[in-house]
Design a protein. Structure first.
Length: 280
């Protein structure tokens, strides 16, 4: 009986989510600029040498932006190519190699209205967040970053205090992750403990857009709340076994990387005690 209940719970959650379908009739709006960022995060403060890192892309135009994992885009493309090659050869077993932990969230900003799209199991879920304006305090300090003059600003975002360096040379009020609202592009940001850091590595205004053709929220998406999404994920973990790839191919020899500096597993148990967000 318990087995059936475990199966029914996530299915019901999925029905709840599907009842809030989101459809956009807007034409795709292309980005005019791409900013590349390196993200560093010490998630376990008892193991400061173990730093999670990931590459991100911020694509934007004058009014909208999309922040997405470049690492995930590259990894997904590689995995699809491996699976396609295996299918073409009628292989039953595939060596996927090392799979890195990546961020599943895409963050969209439209006139400072922030929305998060969570990509999970070949489905996307839209979660709209509150549009409270970040109360930035702009300081007089300046420095040079990527050839631009950057000015310092401080604010509390999602429960953590951040220092951001923005440039008015690029007139866009966007930045990495959920940091935005300044009168210029944010090129660098870090929390007060330096356990979280975003560093822009380059800004591109023509070509090299990593196949990002739109900064609009996808049309095929399920609109839900964070509470309902987390309930679905919990129910799924407890009882619903899904075929992630849906290809009928057996995945073998998968190596998972923890994202540390040297890629080796620590003997000490990992504890997530420094999350990116303290408040929703």
């Amino acid at each position: 009986m318990h087995r059936y209940l475990k199966f029914i719970a996530p299915v019901l959650s999925l029905f709840v989510l599907y009842s809030f379908s989101y459809k956009s009739t807007k034409l795709p709006e292309q980005p005019t600029t791409i900013a590349y960022y390196q993200f560093y995060h010490i998630k376990d403060t008892t193991q400061k040498a173990k730093v999670f890192s990931e590459d991100f892309i911020l694509a934007f135009n004058t009014e909208k932006s999309l922040y997405t994992s470049q690492t995930r885009l590259k990894q997904d493309s590689t995995m699809q190519a491996i699976l396609a090659a295996a299918e073409a050869k009628n292989s039953d077993v595939v060596n996927m190699g090392t799979i890195l932990p990546v961020t599943e969230d895409d963050i969209y900003v439209d006139k400072l209205k922030l929305s998060v799209v969570k990509n999970h199991s070949q489905q996307s879920y839209l979660i709209n967040e509150s549009t409270a304006k970040t109360n930035w305090k702009i300081e007089k300090d300046t420095k040079q970053l990527l050839g631009y003059t950057a000015q310092m600003a401080t604010a509390t975002v999602k429960g953590r205090k951040y220092t951001a360096w923005f440039t008015t040379d690029i007139a866009a009020n966007f930045g990495p992750w959920k940091l935005n609202g300044l009168p210029g592009l944010i090129l660098e940001a870090y929390d007060d403990n330096y356990f979280i850091k975003f560093t822009c590595t380059k800004v591109v205004t023509t070509g090299g857009f990593q196949n990002i053709t739109s900064v609009n929220i996808p049309t095929k998406i399920i609109s839900t709340s964070l509470k309902e999404y987390e309930r679905m994920r919990k129910a799924e973990a407890e009882g619903l076994d899904t075929d992630v790839f849906g290809s009928g191919i057996t995945i073998d020899k998968v190596t998972s990387s923890g994202g540390g500096n040297n890629g080796t597993a620590s003997k000490k148990k990992f504890t997530m005690n420094y999350p990116l967000e303290l408040t929703n």
